[in-house]
Write a protein that binds this ligand. Structure first.
Ligand code: HEM
Length: 192
């Protein structure tokens, strides 16, 4: 696969570009009673090119931006919307993943990329309290539904993408692992 688009070499991020659709997702979300809510979902992720960036005339980065829309399988209503970037530094092979969700939570996760045969694995983490790969959240969320940590593993194999993300919350007086998993197929290769 050619990783260069408009003179920018997107490296491992190039394989993300396009529109992906999946209908086999499962959300395990907190509920005030003892049982977590389990909701099957459909989801679409669109990755488009975001160019290159130089930081402090030293750090060379490339990035793709994404929009992730998740709908309840039973009624098609949107119940999660997420935007951000996947960022790659070729010299260190560091991967960064920024995300914003409309609950008043943003984070920057950092990690690694591994290629095994024809499978690419992106693995990133963020932790509340970290000054680098950390989490920013509204006063309400800090008090009522704090995100303590986030860990995402995303695997890409040709035109199939799967992810597992674990959002560690403190909500309703206890710790809760909010887990989302899905497998998507690429439906277009559009770059922007
Ligand atoms: C496929 C991805 C995701 C889906 C489908 C999803 C869905 C949900 C659902 C259904 C709830 C229960 C409350 C409600 O009904 O609105 C919830 C709670 C929550 N989610 Fe997610 N979520 C996803 C990913 C994330 C991510 C990536 C984060 C943050 C890093 C996050 C943070 C939260 C927080 C802080 C709550 C607690 C708020 C509450 O329950 O009142 N979620 N999510």
């Amino acid at each position: 696969m050619d990783t260069v688009i408009d003179n920018v070499d997107y490296g491992p991020l190039a394989q993300l570009i396009g529109k992906w659709s999946g209908n086999v997702g499962l959300d395990i979300a907190p509920d005030a009673d003892a049982n977590p809510d389990e909701s099957p979902f459909t989801n679409v992720i669109t990755f488009t090119v975001a160019g290159a960036a130089d930081n402090a005339e030293e750090q060379k980065l490339v990035a793709v931006k994404y929009h992730h829309v998740v709908r309840r399988a039973d009624n098609g209503h949107i119940f999660h919307d997420q935007i951000g970037h996947w960022i790659y530094e070729p010299s260190s092979q560091v991967i960064m993943h920024s995300l914003t969700i409309p609950r008043g939570v943003c984070l920057l996760a950092g990690g690694t990329f591994k290629q095994t045969n024809d499978e690419s694995i992106f693995d990133v983490k963020a932790t509340a309290g970290s000054d680098s790969y950390g989490i920013v959240q509204s006063p309400f969320m800090l008090e009522k539904a704090k995100t303590n940590a986030f860990h995402m593993q995303m695997t890409v194999k040709h035109d199939e993408l799967s992810y597992r993300e674990v959002t560690s919350l403190h909500i309703y007086g206890k710790d809760f692992e909010h887990i989302d998993t899905s497998t998507l197929q690429r439906i277009t290769y559009d770059q922007d």
